[in-house]
Design a protein around this ligand. Structure first.
Ligand code: NAP
Length: 244
């Protein structure tokens, strides 16, 4: 058991991409970061990279598709740290068989919803008792501009042609989780927000994004480090609030 006065963060899908960079930046901000990875070896390799930068990180097996790993991760954090100050629901997938509303494969829609939406809800529910023990916890749901109904309704929006039903619906559902959980927790010190990273060069999009991972992680990190008078129940990109 560690009796740490340092703040503790859990980042899901932290072995690469935006999640890895969020873990790095929270580590640099002085947090102890628990790096969730579904592949234990990849998680250990990611931890080794950040420890080489003198950051205080550890790995935990966390596969959104395997509820027993979610429960075990929550139990480990409870035993080691007794509380959690930041949860970043970052892990997510796109699926090659997802696509336009008329043709997207049903099983692909189901896979994406299960990971990007239901997985985030399950992790949050599992660690919420630990977040309640923090003086002022922050939950950041890593959404996407593609989760905005308002932006998708504008035919002139830059990404209007990107109608990938399962992925977009999973992020819209994640946004609903943000709004409802923030309302439910409105009388607590816990803040819940959605982050839109922007189009970022990672494996998720075959490294086609135009932003660096540093740029893609920035808004999520800002929301994870919000001061007491910061917002809750919001949806933000680096440039400012997104329309829902
Ligand atoms: P990425 O490089 O593909 O990283 C995704 C991470 O999620 C990986 O660590 C992956 O683990 C993990 N993951 C996937 N399924 C999982 C599961 N079932 N259980 C646990 N972990 C799982 O993609 P990224 O771009 O950094 O994406 C991070 C988040 O940003 C996602 O939620 C994504 O939707 C969102 N986002 C990205 C962009 C963008 O342009 N890149 C834009 C908007 C939103 P493995 O290594 O084992 O696959």
């Amino acid at each position: 058991m560690k009796n740490s006065s340092k703040k503790i963060a859990l980042v899901t899908g932290a072995n690469k991409g935006i999640g890895f960079e969020v873990a790095r930046q929270l580590g640099k901000a002085g947090y102890t970061v628990v790096m969730g990875a579904r592949n234990v070896k990849l998680g250990q390799e990611a931890v080794a990279k950040l420890r080489a930068e003198q950051l205080d990180v550890c790995e935990v097996e966390l596969d959104l598709g395997r509820p027993e790993t979610i429960e075990a991760a929550a139990a480990m954090i409870g035993t080691e740290f007794q509380r959690l100050d930041v949860l970043v629901n970052n892990a997510g997938i796109a699926d090659a068989a997802d696509g336009l509303p008329s043709t997207a494969k049903i099983d692909a829609i189901e896979r994406v919803m299960r990971t990007n939406f239901i997985g985030a809800v399950a992790v949050t529910q599992a660690v919420l008792p630990l977040l309640r023990k923090s003086a002022g916890a922050r939950i950041v749901n890593v959404s996407s501009g593609l989760g905005s109904l308002a932006l998708h309704s504008d035919p002139n929006w830059e990404y209007a042609p990107v109608k990938i039903l399962g992925y977009c619906a999973s992020k819209a559902a994640l946004n609903m989780f943000t709004v409802q959980l923030a309302y439910e927790l409105r009388d607590t010190t816990i803040k819940v927000n959605s982050a839109d990273p922007g189009y970022t060069k990672t494996d998720l999009n075959g490294n086609q994004g135009h932003q660096t991972v540093e740029e893609g992680a920035a808004e999520t990190v800002r929301l994870a480090l919000l001061p007491e008078d910061g917002p809750t129940g919001g949806y933000f990109a680096t440039a400012g609030p997104n329309p829902w």
